[in-house]
Design a protein around this ligand. Structure first.
Ligand SMILES: [Zn+2]
Length: 265
């Protein structure tokens, strides 16, 4: 019988069954052991990363099913996956402005801002802060591009809520797992497509937009089919409807980012 040094739980074996702490010996502090731990930490992360992204790319919906059914150790955690995809997306697509409206389009009388127009609000800021139009523009652009990167996570519960329409009696946390992984897939696929299409000999924005939407629908259809165990026909119908809703959520998110950024000036 061992007593855990961390939580004082009594247990047998090499690891505490309460907190997971390991029983240590002098052997653990040998140079070879420390070196192999360092190598292990890196290669283990690498192989987890590879395995996770492989299954995400080849079998949409399967990773979420595995995680929900209790197979977690071989893969990265859903939130880790999201953070990696989020960072990659914004490294490579930082100036595509999918999740915000740049000042050159947003600063005009067609956009409303709490009972006034955006351009009126901009003139008020210019007068109050003693800034030029271009100074307000660049200030707004830097705030909104940072915000649009860091708040992306708030879209996940909205995407998860689509799942409630598909399977109402499933725990919301399980819908959240699928939404997190699906949204990560979407960010990753968009990044890869963007990198391919911008390096084509004749770049054309439709070469990016059309496949991006098709991939988004295909991955959502397959995710619904595998994760919620639905027929192909149901999955296709709901997949297209779901992407339509996600489009509305993204639009809403973009307006939110624009308005918050303007009010932070
Ligand atoms: Zn313990």
């Amino acid at each position: 019988m061992n007593i855990c040094k961390n939580c004082q739980n009594k247990f047998s074996g090499n690891y505490c069954n309460n907190c997971g702490e390991k029983i240590i010996s002098d052997e653990d502090f040998s140079i070879t052991n420390i070196l192999s731990q360092a190598v292990g930490a890196i290669t283990n992360f690498d192989s987890k990363l590879l395995r996770t992204f492989q299954i995400m790319g080849n079998n949409p919906g399967i990773l979420s099913s595995k995680i929900v059914s209790g197979i977690r150790v071989p893969f990265l955690k859903p939130f880790q996956i999201f953070v990696i995809c989020n960072v990659l997306f914004f490294i490579f697509l930082s100036d595509t402005d999918l999740f915000r409206t740049p000042a050159k389009w947003f600063f005009n009388e067609n956009f409303q801002y709490f009972g006034t127009t955006v351009i009126d609000k901009v003139s008020i800021i210019m007068r109050k802060e003693n800034l030029s139009f271009t100074e307000v523009q660049s200030k707004y652009d830097s705030i909104s591009s940072n915000l649009s990167k860091s708040l992306l996570i708030i879209l996940i519960p909205f995407i998860a809520s689509i799942g409630i329409m598909i399977k109402r009696n499933l725990q919301f946390g399980k819908h959240l797992i699928l939404a997190t992984i699906y949204f990560s897939q979407l960010l990753l696929c968009t990044t890869i497509l963007y990198l391919i299409t911008t390096n084509l000999p004749v770049p054309n924005k439709w070469f990016f937009t059309v496949p991006a939407v098709l991939v988004a629908i295909a991955y959502y259809v397959l995710s619904i089919k595998k994760f919620y165990n639905k027929s192909l026909l149901f999955s296709i119908a709901f997949g297209i409807f779901g992407i339509f809703l996600i489009g509305i959520f993204i639009n809403f998110y973009r307006s939110l980012i624009n308005i918050i950024s303007l009010s932070l000036l």
